[in-house]
Design a protein around this ligand. Structure first.
Ligand code: FUC
Length: 754
């Protein structure tokens, strides 16, 4: 990614990150600002916010909903259910690193982000000297590294200082020795204490500090190392930061850089994607290519860059030991960010992790699993205090402390008890892709505990169905025949679908682990009494138990298609009629203006991909870039929200490979513009890693690597005929038209199309 001008505003700056530390690089030549984040800088400490009047009012709320007295039910819910006080904790920036160069009127300017090496660069010529900056966030050394160099000796003169909210939100801002700076403070509300520390070295010239500024003069090469820590992880974040800096500063710049690139490439190089043949615009800067795309220009290379940028972002915002990627990944400049930069778990946080497995970045999934564990104890308290239930529950948002009480009194969102249920499906997903039975054994109690909640929470309605109540269909409003409208309801379709998926995975896990048979039987009994997925009067999938109209038919949430994606209850094999109804649902949403937020558009790509509608999936990929992508390729809700980046690339991957029905679907949703292409490193459930090439819409060859012994089933969308490349075995189709053959762990099978 590259640009011919510095970023004028934050949405043009380029992100670097190591999962924990993040920087937004503006690339200014007079006064450079690197906006900084550390993932655990959040305002406020942990609290118990369960509403003490929830449990005793629950029967009344349920009764009112049953009688269709929505207004009264919602009124009572807003009094007795919201967490007290309202709102969970919010994320904050660490601060800014300022670098004053004073270089005006520069020539040959270029600012770039090298996705292969995870390094941002700025270069230009000023008064006959070529200046160059390289900036990266190292995971192995836990520092942000800024390297300055110049073509002419001793020509770097720069003043550096740290800041946070124009010094309003910090307690200390000082020089350390003659070559360092630090800042420290508390976020407030019994939240974390933070510490940021910087140290500079240079090849020649002078380094000194005056006041709380660091001055470097007459240098040819400069390296600035910056790190930060908070009391979320360390008792003494100042000492921790100094230790990290002392260690890192013993290494030469090249050593730091090599360690960083090697570490990054282990993850990034696992995958490679080529879409189509065209590469006409490669001479143009990224923002201009995006503009041309908005004008209708086709640019498959830009889509490949977008795809790689999404993988880059996941590696940069979610690494083992870090917090999960929040609504803004880790990159946020606001003291009170949009939606608090939290973890919204009625779609957004889950979407962040859709590419993790299919795009071969399993390790980047781990921070989410740590966070689910953080939520477990609070979730038990919420289940008991609010609902008198066992197990653990979470609502539609959570924060750094794993707060599980309803975020506030936002009726369309707050009282939705499905957050934990959806999240634990990610544990199951990780198992399915990696087939690590020890992992499953380790996380099974968490999956089980999320399921246990529903044994106690579900109630039987007059038709004999076991239903959730109260809940919402995130975040839509329905209209009753009498004209009354509401959000709070009984049994939104999404709830039954999530519980279906949760119980199914829990039952299979119990079989695989050969434990807990009785519990699995109990779940199977309940599962049989969940409301079925129903088709409504428009031929659509019903969003609620009754066939209500939506107040907003083009709503951004399409919750009732959970069972199509990321779930698999709606599929071509078992429910062809629901597949048709899912198409109608999407068409209705889109014709009423659906998909207007980035993440909504991204979800739609995934859904069309599951519906094997390649052209429609592709139109939405284009729309995501045209309407919901900022010049730095960040997703735009608006404002910037990272879920659309992650959901978007997961959708692109789903167009190429799917694997949710015990078979691997090859090229299930290929659009004509991608009639030829190549992918390496894409993963499929069952523990498979694939490499393949296609041409004229048909598969040419494929290599399949298995993680364990088993049987692989391949479904080829165009009915191609396959043979083993070495003719070692004969390959026949089974009665479904799939190729089925035995595989052994760690072996690669090379098949060619005839
Ligand atoms: C959900 C969505 C909004 C936004 C917010 C962070 O509430 O409905 O569009 O993405 O999360």
């Amino acid at each position: 990614m590259w640009y011919q001008q510095p970023a004028k505003e934050w949405n043009e700056a380029l992100p670097v990150g190591n999962g924990r530390l993040g920087g937004m690089i503006f690339g200014q030549t007079i006064h450079e600002r690197i906006q900084l984040n550390e993932d655990s800088v959040w305002y406020g400490g942990p609290r118990k916010r369960e509403n003490p009047d929830a449990k005793k009012n629950l029967p009344k709320i349920r009764q009112l909903l049953k009688e269709g007295r929505i207004r009264e039910a919602e009124h009572l819910a807003n009094l007795s259910l919201p967490g007290l006080p309202e709102s969970q904790r919010h994320y904050q920036p660490l601060g800014d690193l300022n670098l004053y160069f004073g270089h005006d009127k520069v020539e040959n300017y270029k600012r770039s982000l090298d996705l292969k090496e995870s390094t941002a660069e700025v270069s230009y010529r000023y008064q006959d000297v070529d200046y160059h900056r390289e900036i990266f966030a190292s995971y192995p050394d836990q520092v942000i590294v800024i390297h300055l160099s110049a073509s002419k000796e001793k020509s770097i003169n720069v003043t550096a200082w740290l800041d946070r909210g124009h010094t309003r939100y910090l307690d200390q801002l000082e020089a350390r020795d003659q070559n360092g700076l630090f800042m420290a403070g508390e976020t407030g509300g019994k939240g974390v204490s933070f510490h940021g520390e910087l140290k500079a070295t240079s090849s020649d010239g002078t380094i000194e500090t005056i006041g709380n500024r660091l001055l470097i003069n007459g240098a040819t090469e400069v390296t600035i190392l910056l790190t930060a820590a908070t009391t979320f992880r360390y008792e003494n974040p100042g000492e921790q930061s100094l230790n990290v800096l002392n260690k890192a500063s013993k290494k030469a710049y090249d050593q730091l850089k090599h360690a960083h690139i090697n570490d990054y490439q282990v993850l990034f190089n696992r995958m490679s994607l080529r879409l189509g043949e065209t590469d006409h615009q490669s001479e143009l800067p990224t923002d201009q290519r995006l503009e041309q795309m908005k004008e209708g220009n086709k640019d498959q290379k830009l889509l490949e860059i977008y795809f790689n940028f999404g993988r880059y972002l996941l590696i940069a915002s979610s690494r083992p030991g870090s917090l999960p990627a929040n609504l803004q990944g880790i990159w946020n400049e606001h003291m009170t960010p949009p939606w608090d930069s939290k973890f919204t778990i009625n779609i957004n946080a889950e979407m962040n992790y859709w590419p993790a497995e299919i795009c071969n970045l399993s390790e980047c999934h781990l921070p989410l699993f740590d966070h689910i564990e953080r939520m477990r104890e609070p979730g038990r308290v919420t289940a008991e205090v609010m609902y008198g239930a066992r197990g653990f529950v979470a609502h539609h948002n959570t924060d750094i402390w794993g707060d599980t009480a309803p975020q506030d009194m936002h009726l369309p969102g707050s009282y939705w008890p499905m957050g934990a249920a959806w999240l634990v499906l990610h544990l199951w997903e990780h198992y399915q892709y990696n087939q690590d039975i020890d992992f499953l054994k380790h996380v099974y109690p968490t999956i089980k505990e999320a399921a246990l909640f529903f044994i106690d929470f579900l109630i039987e309605n007059d038709e004999g169905y076991l239903i959730t109540s109260p809940s919402v269909s995130p975040e839509n409003t329905y209209i009753l025949p009498n004209g009354e409208s509401g959000t709070l309801c009984e049994a939104p379709s999404m709830d039954s679908q999530i519980i279906h998926a949760l119980f199914t995975s829990c039952i299979i896990a119990s079989e695989l682990l050969d434990e807990d048979k009785e519990f699995a039987n109990e779940l199977a009994g309940i599962k049989a009494k969940l409301p079925p997925i129903q088709i409504g009067k428009h031929g659509q999938i019903q969003e609620w138990l009754d066939d209500h109209d939506e107040a907003e038919p083009g709503h951004r949430h399409i919750s009732h298609l959970f069972a199509l994606h990321p779930g698999d209850q709606i599929n071509f094999n078992d429910t062809p009629e629901l597949i048709e109804a899912a198409k109608v649902t999407l068409e209705r949403r889109l014709s009423e203006g659906g998909g207007h937020t980035g993440w909504s558009r991204a979800w739609i790509i995934n859904m069309w991909a599951r519906l094997r509608e390649g052209e429609r999936a592709y139109q939405n990929v284009l729309e995501l870039l045209k309407s919901s992508t900022l010049p730095n390729l960040f997703d735009n809700h608006p404002p910037f929200q990272i879920d659309g980046n992650f959901g978007g690339i997961a959708g692109i991957a789903e167009m190429i490979v799917q694997s949710h029905q015990d078979a691997i679907d090859i090229l299930p949703s290929l659009p004509n513009d991608w009639s030829s292409g190549y992918v390496r490193g894409i993963k499929a459930r069952g523990g498979y890693e694939l490499e393949m090439e296609w041409e004229a819409m048909e598969l040419k060859w494929i290599k399949i690597k298995a993680t364990k012994d088993g049987k692989v089933r391949l479904n080829l969308s165009k009915g191609e005929t396959l043979q083993f490349q070495d003719h070692s075995q004969k390959l026949d189709k089974d009665e479904n038209g799939d190729f089925v053959f035995n595989v052994q762990a760690d072996k690669t099978y090379h098949l060619i199309s005839q």
